[in-house]
Design a protein around this ligand. Sequence first.
Ligand SMILES: Cc1ncc(COP(=O)(O)O)c(C=O)c1O
Length: 386
Amino acid sequence: MNLFDVYPLNNITITKALGSYVWDENGVQYLDMYGGHAVISIGHTHPHWVRRIEEQLEKIAFYSNSVIIPLQKELADKLGKLSGKEDYQLFLCNSGAEANENALKLASFHNGRKKIVSFDKAFHGRTSLAVAATDNKNIVAPVNETGNVVFLPFNDEKAIQEYFNDNGKEICAVIIEGIQGVGGIRVANESFLKLIRNLCDEHGAVYIADSVQCGYGRTGKFFSHDYAGVNADIYTMAKGMGNGFPVGGILIAPHIKPKHGMLGTTFGGNHLACAAALAVLEVMEDEKLVEMAKQRGMYIINKLKTIEGLENVRGKGLMIGFDVPPELKDLRKKLLENYNVFTGEAKPNVIRLLPSLALSGKQVDEFFESLNEAIEQIKEPRLEKI
Ligand SMILES: Cc1ncc(COP(=O)(O)O)c(C=O)c1O
């Protein structure tokens, strides 16, 4: 049987990983500045994470949500403590799209409305409502098309103010990434997020902070929306939450009340996923990874700004992007093929850096050495590395 061919693949087979390095089947080492698409938070195969999952596996991996699973409450308590949202409620699921799907649905149950405000270049996942709120026509199937989602220009305060003035009573929710990931590392202005908070309060709409990529400490605060000093009504999470173990969730503000049957999932919150997620939070706390992400990120951003040719360096913590001019268009490819460095991209010309929050200073130096050499090599092909 063939695999359904939907992914453009690099011709590389990864067989081993540790921290911010991965190795291919021939033993070639790569530096992972991509974090497996922003998923690796505490580092690949962190020993504590491996041990906790193994120990849990010996006891029980799964039982359905029809029984009490104390690990879920343990996870909720730890998450409340680390995120500072102790009075919020946790609903567990399996992926980022599922988290957003549940958030949007919950918002609609809560206020009985239908209109969703999203933004240009937003990415919220591939399930029905999440993809409808995603600004990419190529991945929206005819069946997902709905008149319930409106796209406004990102960071345009006048446009959202006017939209609320005209449609306030109908707006169910505003969904926004604190820093757009797939959209190319576009940082939401703090004043824009504050305005969204005020408009939602004024008009009874739900503020959904899609923190699937920009959450979980990656930006140097637990949620990137925290930089604006606002509390969202719902935070959606996945990626870094399990460090590669599939787990997602939503944090729900206390004024949104649950009702039996309102949301549900078979696998969400299973024993093994909770053990993985707890291990991640324990390591984040022990190794002070949120602060680490902030410091390393600041250093990387400042240093990138000094490199001639790279444009519009931006981001927060370890969620960083820069534009590559046409003369350096092969930079990402060169980094991978000649220097064994994985990075992320965003169309048309953005390189995204989304490494583990535990990236070391030595690895940062290695990255810059490779980056500088790759740029030199593109400018001066005679310097081709052998
Ligand atoms: C901001 C954001 N939301 C949602 C998703 C969807 O997450 P998943 O692929 O786990 O469904 C992604 C994935 O890249 C994302 O970046």
